[in-house]
Design a protein around this ligand. Structure first.
Ligand SMILES: Nc1ccn([C@@H]2O[C@H](COP(=O)(O)O)[C@@H](O)[C@H]2O)c(=O)n1
Ligand SMILES: C[C@@]1(CO)OP(=O)(O)OP(=O)(O)OC[C@H]1O
Length: 159
């Protein structure tokens, strides 16, 4: 069994979609990035790559590569899951926290879990997503950006 941790931050700006765990959440600002800037899915990918000692998302999907401009991060997560499977790992479980002052994310969390689980080819019960504010403190509290943490366990497959 191997443990991994991922962390990511993206800036909130007007004129961009807010995509979290593959769900487009209605909001007056969205996350800025080369890809769709899905900060939650990015944290999950980094946790998975970290657990397998396979580097990070920037190594696998360089932000200088036009191929990833506007990329659907859930599709990138599918590629990460395939890479793990090739390397002999199965995803055990994933737990994540999105740090956002606004919007309220509760109602969108079941769909985020479903999207993340489907991309990893695991049961929804193996994926948990939580949301918290930082009580108006710091950059998330000022609504300048959204952060996400993820942890995961990988199981070594008997090949
Ligand atoms: N963007 C968010 C932030 C929080 N929630 C939900 O509210 C609960 C309380 O949040 P606190 O930061 O005040 O502890 C939290 O446990 C979440 O259920 C949310 O839905 N969206
Ligand atoms: C997936 C990528 C691809 O450009 O997304 P970005 O939107 O650039 O986001 P970031 O978290 O800064 O870096 C990860 C990149 O590899």
């Amino acid at each position: 069994m191997r443990i991994g941790h991922g962390y990511d931050v993206h800036r909130l700006v007007p004129g961009r979609k807010l995509v979290l765990g593959g769900v487009t959440v209605p909001h007056e600002t969205g996350l800025l990035g080369h890809s769709d800037a899905d900060v939650l899915t990015h944290a999950v990918m980094d946790a998975l790559l970290g657990a397998a000692a396979l580097g990070d998302i920037g190594g696998m999907f360089p932000d200088t590569d036009p191929a990833y401009e506007g990329a659907d991060s859930i599709a990138l997560l599918e590629a990460v899951a395939a890479r793990l499977a090739e390397s002999g790992y199965a995803v055990g479980n994933i737990d994540c926290t999105v740090i956002a002052q606004r919007p309220k994310l509760k109602e969108f969390i079941p769909q985020m879990r479903a999207n993340l689980a489907a991309a990893c080819g695991i049961a929804e019960g193996a994926v948990n997503v939580k949301a918290t504010t930082e009580e108006r403190l710091g950059f998330t509290g000022r609504e300048e950006g959204i952060a996400a943490h993820a942890v995961c366990l990988l199981l070594e497959k008997i090949l």
